[in-house]
Design a binder for this molecule. Structure first.
Ligand code: PMP
Length: 428
């Protein structure tokens, strides 16, 4: 904080498409979609118009005991595009709350079902599910989470499917997904106490853009079914097209029991989140007034009309512009460009799923030796990129790229060119 406070703040005043403008008039590529939220670019006319139109009617009315047309319409749209079986929508306003709701629902579901002992959760090393204490209890990033450990509830940790730095000392693919076997050992031993397993499908984001090997997600789902454990898929980061499909779960044809959504849901305009469940979970909460079976959880801005109106417009643009189809060629372009970055002297690993990218910088490419924290290596790369007109952010020694889905081929090439230049200038 001391170092940061000495720097000149970058003050953003405007956005357009892939770009952000600062107070001095300089334009930058928004290389991380304003922390993984911007989908169709800044100032997308359809979303701007939807919000303006909604403001002229009403901006907010509570969803506690009432409903409203944008919230109801959006719920129907989400159910249509979500993995099969997810038919009920519970709103909140950010990724952490979507996760808290998922955890609390899973726990209460089993209470209602008479499985009173199912009170614990399984999470992955390197996982990130938000900064509230429930989410931190299932968080696996030492740097962020360790200091809070006395405040957290006990959960079971399983290995991260991190092939570049395999925790169990195996090599992919000859390991035949040994991390799944490790997970099974823990789940088999404790399944009577486990309410749910939570994971970020395909890509562990804040943990360093860690891409799981093919089959891992499906394998996890199989384990959950086998041991009667709910699967909570946290698609807060991966949802709404980031991985090249609407939801990451689709890549392995997995339908989770609980799905957490936020970030890109409004196209990056307003805070909104949703937790989706199938009928079987919804039904467990039904009862007479006096039974008090309801889910006692409600945030003030739940189902906010402006946020829901922008989310509807966001989904309509996906359809109208065939965003996901158009993206496929861009994913290939990005992949080709990343191939060049992978060859750089101090790049140890490049991980990509669609438009989610992590570039891990290493001191020694051969041994994979990490840079010590005091070198602030990735920060320095991001500062260099900023000078060159690109805004990106690091996670430890990993440089994250996550451009808006609307980025053009040309802009993508500029994004990777500047990233490569910045890495070279700082590390070589
Ligand atoms: N889950 C995941 C997978 C995330 O990446 C994030 C945010 N980076 C969150 C939850 C928390 O979201 P929010 O910051 O909106 O609370």
């Amino acid at each position: 904080m001391k170092e940061w406070a000495k720097e000149n703040p970058l003050i953003i005043t405007e956005g357009r498409g892939t770009f952000l403008k600062d107070i001095t008039g300089k334009w930058y590529i928004d290389g991380v979609s304003s922390i993984w939220v911007t989908v169709h670019g800044h100032r997308k006319k359809e979303i701007d118009d939807a919000i303006k139109c909604q403001v002229d009617r009403i901006s907010h009315s509570t969803l506690l005991g009432l409903t409203n047309p944008p919230a109801a319409t959006l719920a129907g749209m989400l159910v249509k595009i979500a993995p099969k079986g997810l038919s009920r929508v519970f709103y909140s306003d950010n990724g952490s709350t979507a996760v808290e709701i998922g955890l609390k629902m899973a726990y209460q579901f089993w209470q209602h079902k008479g499985k009173k002992g199912k009170t614990r959760f399984v999470f992955l090393n390197n996982s990130y599910h938000g900064d509230t204490l429930g989410a931190v209890s299932v968080g696996g990033i030492e740097l962020f989470h360790n200091i809070f450990s006395p405040l957290l509830f006990k959960s079971y940790k399983i290995p991260s499917p991190f092939c570049y730095r395999c925790e169990i000392g195996k090599v992919y693919p000859s390991c035949r997904l040994s991390c799944l076997k490790e997970a099974e050992k823990k789940i088999r031993r404790h399944h009577r106490e486990i309410a749910a397993l939570i994971l970020e499908p395909l890509m562990q984001g804040a943990g360093g853009m860690i891409a799981s090997p093919p089959g891992y997600l499906r394998g996890m789902k199989r384990l959950c079914s086998k041991y009667n454990v709910l699967m909570i898929a946290d698609e807060v980061a991966t949802g709404f097209g980031r991985t090249g499909k609407m939801f990451a779960c689709e890549h392995e044809k997995v339908s989770p029991d609980i799905l957490c959504l936020a970030k890109g849901i409004t196209g990056g305009y307003l805070p909104l989140a949703a937790t989706l469940t199938p009928e079987r979970i919804f039904r467990a909460f039904l009862g007479k007034y006096k039974d008090l079976k309801t889910f006692f959880h409600g945030h003030t801005y739940t189902g906010n009309q402006l946020a829901c109106a922008s989310a509807i417009a966001n989904l309509n643009v996906f359809k109208k512009e065939k965003t996901l189809q158009k993206m496929q060629k861009k994913i290939e372009t990005l992949n080709r460009e990343l191939g060049k970055i992978e060859k750089l002297k101090n790049v140890g690993d490049v991980r990509q799923k669609g438009f989610m990218v992590g570039i891990e910088l290493v001191k020694d490419k051969k041994t994979g030796e990490s840079y010590p924290i005091e070198e602030k290596i990735s920060w320095n790369v991001c500062w260099k990129a900023r000078e060159k007109g690109l805004i990106i952010r690091p996670l430890g020694n990993v440089i994250v790229l996550m451009p808006p889905l609307s980025i053009s081929h040309h802009e993508l090439k500029n994004l990777t060119r500047i990233t490569a230049e910045a890495i070279k200038e700082v590390t070589e």
